[in-house]
Design a protein around this ligand. Structure first.
Ligand code: IDP
Ligand code: MG
Length: 140
C-alpha cells in the first residue's frame, strides 16, 4: 500500500453556497484522511502564481478573478494513489460531463465554478502543498 498526498481547494463558489461541510463529509466517506485544512482568501498575486501553468490559456484571467472572489479552503488529502483517486472523486472539469456521485456533479455550477481543485500529478501535488503549507502544519 502506498499512501500519497494531493492538494484540494474548495473554491469560492462552493464556500459561498455553504457546501464546505458536505464536501468534507464526502471526502471522509470516500476514505481520504485530511492531513491539513485551512480557510483563507487568496490575493491576486497569490492566485496568479498558483495558476501560473495556465497563464497562456484563454480562461486564465477569469480564473484568477474567480479564485480571489471569496474565501477558499485548502486541504492536504491522503489516500492510496491520492492524486488519481481525487481526480476521480472530483469528476470532469466540466460538471455537466462529470459522473454521478462526483463532487463536481453534485456541487459544481459550470466549467469555471466547479467547486474543487485537485492536483494533476505527484510532482505538482508536492509543489502545491508547499505553496500553502509548511511542514509544521502537516500531520505526518
Ligand atoms: P482541472 O481543474 O480539472 O485540473 P484545468 O484544465 O487544470 O482543470 O483548469 C483549471 C481550472 O480552470 C478549472 O478547474 C476551471 O475552474 C477553470 N477552467 C478550465 N477550463 C475552463 C474553460 O474552458 N473556461 C473557463 N474556465 C475553465
Ligand atoms: Mg488542473
Amino acid at each position: 500500500m502506498s499512501l500519497k498526498k494531493t492538494l484540494s481547494i474548495i473554491k469560492p463558489d462552493a464556500i459561498k453556497s455553504k457546501y464546505h461541510g458536505k464536501i468534507v463529509d464526502f471526502l471522509e466517506n470516500k476514505g481520504f484522511k485530511i492531513l491539513a485544512h485551512k480557510k483563507l482568501k487568496l490575493s491576486k498575486p497569490q492566485a496568479e502564481a498558483f495558476y501560473e501553468i495556465h497563464k497562456e490559456r484563454p480562461f486564465y484571467n477569469d480564473l484568477v478573478d474567480f479564485m480571489i472572489s471569496g474565501e477558499v479552503v485548502v486541504q492536504v488529502l491522503e489516500a492510496e494513489n491520492a492524486v488519481l483517486y481525487y481526480r476521480e472523486v472530483m469528476g470532469d472539469t466540466n460538471p455537466e460531463k462529470a459522473g454521478n456521485d462526483t463532487l463536481r456533479k453534485l456541487y459544481g455550477r459550470n466549467i469555471q465554478c466547479n467547486a474543487v481543485h485537485g492536483s494533476d500529478s505527484d510532482d505538482n501535488a508536492s509543489k502545491e502543498i508547499s505553496f500553502f503549507f509548511n511542514k509544521l502544519e502537516l500531520i505526518n
